[in-house]
Design a protein around this ligand. Structure first.
Ligand code: HEC
Length: 204
């Protein structure tokens, strides 16, 4: 789970605790036997078929199955919620300059589809993505900036870049963000040079 979309996960976790708590079984006598106890019960059934034993076994199985399926659904929806929030954060905080597909504005805002693979392949580039003013000075807290950058990389760059990319964590973003980048263009040019074809640099 990405540490980033923490609030969403917390909500989901609180929800899960409420709804799933019966799945821990301790307070439900009918289904407290669990799988270990159910195994000997099954062999007992063979010798001495008893409807009530059978029912208990079925209930145990049913409850476990339902809880398992429910847990699976919850995990999926928490992941979808993380994705939706990162997308929304991009739209609210970044898209005004970077436009919906990350192509930016020629001569003003670099085309992230082209520059991120380059930046992520050079030393210092990973920190630069966090330290550029658009990222560092945004009002997003560290966990959500991490999630937004992860979303950007996964949605705007190529398969090779995504495959080599490890998600930013909240702690990593916190550390990188604390380093102030005074010379954005100088740093950027030192990292990937002046890229005419990616709308980059300050000279245009
Ligand atoms: C006011 C316009 C603006 C906003 C809003 C903005 N950016 Fe940027 N971004 C830029 C510009 C311009 C650059 C080029 C470097 C520079 O001048 O800061 C850039 C560069 C970047 C880069 C590095 C790519 C490169 O080629 O230099 C990343 C990553 C980035 N921004 C992420 C973000 C994120 C994440 C947000 C939202 C939280 C965001 N930006 C919001 C204008 C903006």
């Amino acid at each position: 789970m990405i540490a980033a979309a923490k609030a969403g996960v917390d909500d989901a976790a609180a929800f899960a605790t409420k709804v799933i708590s019966p799945c821990t079984f301790p307070r439900l006598p009918t289904i407290s036997t669990g799988v270990l106890a159910a195994a000997p019960t099954l062999s007992t059934i063979a010798q001495q078929p008893s409807l009530s034993v059978l029912m208990t076994t079925l209930k145990t199985f049913g409850a476990r199955l339902l809880c398992g399926l429910f847990g699976l659904g919850l995990t999926t929806s928490a992941t979808l919620a993380d994705e939706a929030r990162a997308r929304a954060d991009y739209m609210i905080h970044c898209q005004g300059c970077h436009v919906p597909d990350g192509r930016g504005f020629p001569g003003k805002v670099p085309d992230m589809r082209a520059t991120l693979p380059l930046l992520l392949s050079v030393e210092g580039g990973r920190a630069f993505l966090v330290q550029v003013p658009g990222s560092a000075m945004s009002t997003l807290p560290n966990d959500r900036l991490a999630a937004t950058l992860n979303w950007i990389v996964k949605n705007f760059t190529d398969d090779k870049t995504v495959a080599a990319f490890a998600d930013y964590t909240e702690q990593e973003v916190e550390q990188m963000r604390a380093v102030r980048l005074d010379e954005v263009f100088t740093t950027r040019n030192a990292l990937i040079g002046h890229l005419e074809n990616t709308h980059g640099g300050s000279a245009e």
